[in-house]
Design a protein around this ligand. Sequence first.
Ligand SMILES: [Zn+2]
Ligand SMILES: [Zn+2]
Length: 203
Amino acid sequence: MASYETEHARDAPQTNRARRPDLSSLNALITEIAPEARERRTREHAVPVPGDISAAFTQFADALQVMQRENDNADTDLLQNMISNLLATAERPPTEVKGVDEEYIAKLERVPIKKVKSDADCPICGNEFREDPHPLLVRLPCHDSHIFDMECIRPWLLLNGTCPLDRVDLAKKERDRKQKQLDDIKKNAAREDEEEEWDGLYG
Ligand SMILES: [Zn+2]
Ligand SMILES: [Zn+2]
């Protein structure tokens, strides 16, 4: 018996919709260089291999070049900026990738397809959201209208951490937020210690 997926693929209408290049090997590579992968690495590979970081940035630039070339609807200027940015990083790979983590991606606001304008498209691949048979859309916290295909924005956020449209550094904001949280916890702990000392004196 055919699986749901094959059944579905056969029934899907043939449209001229430009397809996104397959990003699965890129996603696997990103998992390897993500900061969270550090615990899984052996001691001698405590930081990702610079070659792996370069490869991830180059692979994503290649994928964006395909989108730029094959989709008439694509915003070529935006893509060109993203591609130049990725290639520059590939040339001088950082020791740690400065993007957001998977936890951040998981918490991004999902946008139901019914809530977007009928002709709205993904700023990265240029495909209209409604033409996607299985749309998965996310909104970035920087602006209400900054909505993307999850598949398109995920690698960019993991590698780069900024909004491609307004360049708000979401990764830095998230790092600052977490740091403040840590500082608050430390401050509270210090205050509690102090209170205990006073209790000890007068108790
Ligand atoms: Zn897209
Ligand atoms: Zn934005």
